[in-house]
Design a binder for this molecule. Structure first.
Ligand SMILES: *Cc1c(COP(=O)(O)O)cnc(C)c1O
Length: 427
């Protein structure tokens, strides 16, 4: 008799998997190089040679722009900072609406609030878990100024259709590609198709510098505005000859020389590191593909670049299985067997208190209330039925950047799924 671990049986997986770690000797040597130079940062706020930072920062940006085939790459101390720069640079003003996906982490939406903009949540598509262009279209009002698209889990949104909607209504697009560095949409690098895009370099992501981020754009004026917001937007605003100074509230979002030196080494390895994640995810897809009622993404077509870089392997349960057990019962049983790194759903940003209570700048309701006029955009349950059903009932994510799995580990995970499916009578 085989007993499920959740009912007191032996867990099928008895080992801890090795942690994914993209940092190696090259990064250590790069840090050493910076330490020996004694220059840990060289930014100054004044307009001049050092306005754009030191040697490592500038080299990292140049190399990133080349690798991503984009005109400007601008480093920042986090992608949250990058998102704030991007929303500021496109000129979002208090009361402007920006359409955003709920299927992301908070910064994609709160960056909009930082400039007094109003996040309006559109639903996602079951094809890619990114914004559904039809739902975006249905969410447009006379106040809509931009779309905040998120290439969630490592796969690009449908940029053709989103760009079509944006053109029709004269909207800007920002691409949050925090989880998708190196992802490709129809031959073009994710992030570079939008007006502004960018990537996170925090330590959870595919490649990292501890903390950090990179903004990318092909637009010279947007690049200048991002550089100004990143670096105080002080006297530099006048010296840069900027005619429209909207949103020139400066921050200090500068990345240091040490992080930039690490980033340069990470960038050299990015293809290798991504191929490891893609291989892991696709071996898992193959191993799990025979399970009934488990929907998996289609593997990438073979090529030099990847459509999907799998930050998370997205899966969902379908009716035959859900009629027998709930998603949470199944995930709990898998976790008890030793499958670490599974997520039940992915959160819905509008469920956060800041949206539920519409309270962020003091107590006067700004930006939902401006000069006594209220924008009564809804953040209630029901606004994004597809995302809600996924989060509450059907979605299971596997975090591909948590562990470095061997083929044997992948087979063990497969065996744990097989066991749960068999013992719970899901097949
Ligand atoms: C990680 C992440 C961010 C934030 O990036 P930081 O570098 O941690 O500030 C934003 N959006 C998404 C989708 C992310 O996954």
């Amino acid at each position: 008799m085989v007993t499920l671990a959740i009912k007191g049986g032996e867990p099928l997986i008895q080992k801890k998997f090795k942690k994914y770690n993209p940092i190696g000797e090259e990064e250590r040597l790069a840090v050493d190089r910076v330490m020996t130079s004694g220059v840990l940062s060289r930014f100054v706020g004044g307009w001049g040679e050092d306005f754009n930072g030191g040697e490592e920062v500038q080299a990292f940006e140049k190399e990133w722009a080349e690798a991503f085939n984009v005109k400007h790459a601008i480093t920042v101390n986090s992608w949250t900072s990058g998102l704030i720069c991007a929303v500021g640079a496109i000129g979002i003003e208090p009361g402007d609406e920006v359409i955003v996906t709920p299927w992301t982490m908070c910064a994609s939406a709160t960056a909009i609030l930082h400039w007094g903009g109003i996040p309006v949540f559109a639903d996602i598509s079951l094809d890619d878990y990114c914004l559904d262009p039809a739902s975006v279209r249905a969410s447009i009002t006379s106040k809509t100024k931009a779309i905040m698209s998120v290439d969630i889990f490592g796969r690009s949104a449908n940029m053709d259709e989103l760009t079509g909607v944006a053109r029709e209504f004269n909207l800007k697009i920002i691409s949050d590609c925090a989880q998708a560095p190196g992802a490709v949409f129809q031959g073009r690098m994710a992030g570079t198709i939008a007006d502004i895009g960018g990537f996170s370099l925090n330590y959870h992501k595919h490649i990292h510098t501890g903390e950090g981020g990179v903004v990318v754009t092909n637009d010279d004026e947007l690049a200048l505005k991002v550089r100004l917001i990143r670096n105080h937007a002080e006297a530099s605003v006048k010296d840069a000859g900027l005619s429209d100074i909207t949103n020139m509230i400066g921050y200090n979002f500068r990345l240091g020389e040490i992080e930039s030196a690490i980033g340069r080494e990470q960038l050299k390895k990015i293809k290798l590191l991504l191929s490891g994640r893609v291989e892991t995810a696709e071996l898992l897809i193959e191993r799990l593909s025979k399970l009934k009622g488990l929907h998996l993404p289609k593997p990438n077509d073979v090529g030099v670049n990847w459509e999907n870089v799998y930050y998370v392997l997205p899966m969902r349960l379908t009716d035959p299985v859900l009629k027998v057990k709930s998603r949470d019962q199944i995930v709990d049983a898998l976790a008890a067997e030793g499958v670490d790194g599974l997520m039940k759903g992915y959160g819905l940003v509008y469920q956060l208190p800041i949206f539920q209570q519409k309270k962020c700048f003091g107590n006067f309701g700004f930006p939902w209330v401006i000069n006594g006029v209220t924008n009564d955009v809804s953040y209630s349950q029901g606004i994004c039925p597809i995302a809600e059903k996924l989060h509450n009932e059907t979605f299971i994510g596997y975090e591909v950047c948590l562990f470095d799995l061997s083929e044997e580990d992948i087979d063990l995970i497969g065996k744990a799924f097989d066991k749960v499916w068999k013992e719970m009578n899901l097949n």
